[in-house]
Design a protein around this ligand. Structure first.
Ligand SMILES: Cc1ncc(COP(=O)(O)O)c(C=O)c1O
Length: 371
């Protein structure tokens, strides 16, 4: 009997933790009791024994294969969500007295700015684009941003989970300034040009599994050379030197990530994920655009995210009614982030197109009933 037969599942549009493929959940269920026919479950295996060596090795290898990650880039699994990386990046990469550029495109990049300032008060965190002035309705277009010459790096959030905007191309930093990317809500949802980036990171809780862990993918030289001495858990060099096992690592999250990477590869890989994500988003944007203003998107057309589709109805009360009726119709997790309000449909890699079809149909029916 499969998980879906045993348990009722509904469409979950949550922004994260987010929906997972039933196949992977089934495998995890089996592995909780007995991993690799050892008679010991994944939660119970020592992180220093050969079975976990296998799990960690597979997770790294399957991540590299899925993302087509070059060999001079290292893959780290680091405890804590992307919020932890907000501080670690600054601590490891900005020297005292230097400047790093942080275009502010939304809630998450704004939080990254605050954390970087707290982490390295001796550095300058410059904000070459202030999206708040535009209610975060777009990411900077050419000429809208003045990068700092000689900045240690430019940090940007490639897909803005709350307002539903996306950089279709990486931003233009000053010549010679490396890019650092928060790809939490879209990693492995489209191909990424690794060579343009010094470091890319993502929280696991959206596209590859369990909350409370991040993947950090960075050029070896960037990880090896921290700009200051740091306690081991804060140091990328220490994580690299210990092979993501400074202490007891989040073993279940790493195993889940490995299964998710393999699942995505089996589905056809990153390009297929992108094709599916575009198709899912197109269904929802078609409802917004065809609704004669009943639904209003939060993002400008040219930088719409295919992953997080954010929109509003005429009043907050109607937003609430929409979300409640949707839940009653087994379409859950649609209420927008507290900072943006409205409605948000998050459709990560594991979300099947049937869910988007069901939501599109619901949106049409709702507009007819309430329009
Ligand atoms: C783009 C982005 N960055 C960072 C975070 C923070 O992740 P975490 O809560 O795992 O620290 C989120 C969470 O949703 C996010 O969407």
């Amino acid at each position: 009997m499969t998980t879906q037969q045993k348990k009722k599942r509904i469409w979950n549009f949550s922004a994260g933790p987010a929906t997972m493929p039933p196949d992977v959940l089934e495998q995890l269920g089996d592995d909780l009791l007995d991993l690799d026919e050892t008679g010991v479950g994944i939660l119970e295996h020592s992180h220093r024994q050969p079975t976990f060596d296998r799990v960690l090795g597979d997770a790294i290898e399957s991540c590299r294969k899925l993302g087509e990650i070059p060999n001079d880039y290292e893959i780290l699994f680091v405890p804590g969500g992307a919020t932890v990386q907000f501080s670690l990046i600054a601590l490891n990469l900005i020297p005292d007295g230097a400047t790093a550029d942080y275009p502010d495109t939304e809630v998450w990049s704004a939080k990254a700015i605050i954390e970087a300032r707290d982490a390295v008060p001796t550095a300058t965190i410059a904000v070459p684009f202030e999206g708040k002035k535009f209610r975060y309705d777009h990411v900077p277009v050419d000429g809208e941003m003045t990068p700092t010459p000689g900045a240690a790096y430019m940090h940007y959030c490639s897909n803005n989970t709350v307002h539903g905007t996306r950089f279709h191309l990486p931003p233009k930093a000053a010549p010679g300034t490396p890019l650092v990317c928060d790809a939490s809500s879209e990693i492995f949802g489209r191909p990424l040009d690794w060579n343009k980036h010094a470091l890319v990171y993502a929280s696991a809780q959206k596209n590859f599994g369990v909350a409370g862990m991040s993947v950090v993918i960075a050029h070896r030289e960037v990880l090896r050379d921290p700009v200051r001495r740091l306690p081991s858990m804060f140091s990328y060099a220490a994580h690299l030197g210990a092979g993501s096992r400074i202490n007891t690592p989040p073993t279940f999250a790493i195993h889940t990530a490995g299964l998710m990477f393999r699942w995505m590869t089996k589905q056809g890989g990153v390009r297929e994920m992108e094709r599916r994500n575009d198709a899912k988003a197109a269904l929802i944007y078609a409802e917004i655009d065809g609704s004669q203003g009943f639904y209003r998107g939060l993002s400008r057309l040219e930088c719409r995210s295919p992953i997080n589709v954010s929109f509003r109805l005429k009043t907050e009360a109607l937003d609430q009614t929409f979300a409640q009726e949707a839940t009653n119709a087994e379409l859950d997790g649609l209420i927008g982030h507290r900072d943006a309000g409205g409605i948000r449909a998050s459709m990560y890699n594991a979300m099947p197109i049937e869910a988007s079809r069901a939501l599109a149909q619901f949106m049409r029916d709702f507009a007819q009933r309430h329009g």
